[in-house]
Design a protein around this ligand. Structure first.
Ligand SMILES: *[C@@H]1O[C@H](CO)[C@@H](O)[C@H](O)[C@H]1NC(C)=O
Ligand SMILES: *[C@@H]1O[C@H](CO)[C@@H](O)[C@H](O)[C@H]1NC(C)=O
Length: 210
C-alpha cells in the first residue's frame, strides 16, 4: 500500500513546494537629465532601460549577475511621450517571490538607431540601485529617483501567473470539475468546493439533507 502511495505523495509535495511563478513588471513613466538625455548626440536620439533584480543586499553591487532576473525595454525615442507610453518591462520568475529585493534600473543610449547594447559603458546614462519590499498585487507602487543629475519616475508591481496564488506565488490551485475534484480556488490558493461536493479534493458527494 505504502509503496503505491509514496510516489503520489512525493509528486504532490514537490508540486506544492517547488512550483511557483509570476512576473515582476516595471513601467518607466518619465526620465530626464540635466545633462541632457542624449549628451551631444541630439539627432535620432534613442534610449532604452535595463532592469536587474537581485537578492537583497546591504551594499548593492549593481553589476550582474541579476540573481532574480533581468530584462530590457524596447528601444524608443528619448522624448517624453515615447518614454511615458513605453510598455512595461517584464521579468518572469519561477521561484517563491521573496518580498524584498535589490532593484537596479539603468538608462542607456542606443548605440545607433534600433541597436541596444549594454557592452559599451560610455552609453550608460544613469543607474540607480535601491532595496525594495514589495508584496504581490495588482496595485502599482510609484517611485522617483533624483540621483545622478537625472529624474526617473517609475512604477512597479508583481503578479502571480495563472493558477499560482499566495504571497509567494507558490500555492498552486487549478479549478477543476471532474472525477478528481469539483472546486474553484480562492486567492490564497485554497480549494473551494462546488456546491454539493466535499472532502479535501471536493471529490465526495455531500449527503443531501431533505
Ligand atoms: C551615476 O551613473 C553612473 C553611470 O553613468 C554610475 O556609475 C554611478 O554609480 C551613478 N551614481 C549614483 C549615485 O547612482
Ligand atoms: C460541473 O460539472 C457538472 C457536470 O458536468 C455540471 O453540471 C456543472 O454545471 C459544472 N459546474 C461548474 C461550476 O462548472
Amino acid at each position: 500500500m505504502a509503496r503505491f502511495f509514496l510516489p503520489c505523495v512525493l509528486v504532490l509535495l514537490s508540486a506544492q513546494t517547488t512550483l511557483s511563478s509570476g512576473v515582476f513588471e516595471l513601467k518607466i513613466n518619465s526620465f530626464s537629465s540635466s545633462r541632457g538625455v542624449c549628451g551631444f548626440q541630439t539627432r535620432d536620439c534613442q534610449i532604452f532601460f535595463r532592469v536587474c533584480l537581485k537578492h537583497s543586499q546591504d551594499v548593492i553591487n549593481p553589476e550582474p549577475p541579476c540573481t532574480y532576473g533581468t530584462a530590457l525595454t524596447d528601444i524608443f525615442g528619448a522624448d517624453p511621450k515615447s518614454i511615458s507610453s513605453s510598455a512595461p518591462i517584464r521579468v518572469l520568475f519561477h521561484f517563491k517571490w521573496p518580498g524584498t529585493f535589490s532593484l537596479i534600473i539603468e538608462a542607456w543610449n542606443a548605440e545607433s538607431a534600433g541597436v541596444g547594447s549594454t557592452d559599451n559603458q560610455n552609453n550608460l546614462i544613469s543607474r540607480l540601485a535601491t532595496r525594495r519590499r514589495l508584496t504581490v498585487g495588482e496595485e502599482w507602487s510609484q517611485d522617483v529617483d533624483f540621483s545622478n543629475k537625472s529624474e526617473l519616475r517609475y512604477s512597479y508591481h508583481v503578479l502571480c501567473n495563472e493558477h499560482y496564488h499566495g504571497e509567494e506565488c507558490s500555492a498552486y490551485c487549478r479549478p477543476r470539475n471532474d472525477t478528481f475534484g469539483h472546486y474553484t480556488c480562492d486567492e490564497t490558493g485554497s480549494r473551494v468546493c462546488l456546491e454539493g461536493w466535499t472532502g479535501e479534493y471536493c471529490a465526495h458527494r455531500e449527503c443531501s439533507h431533505t
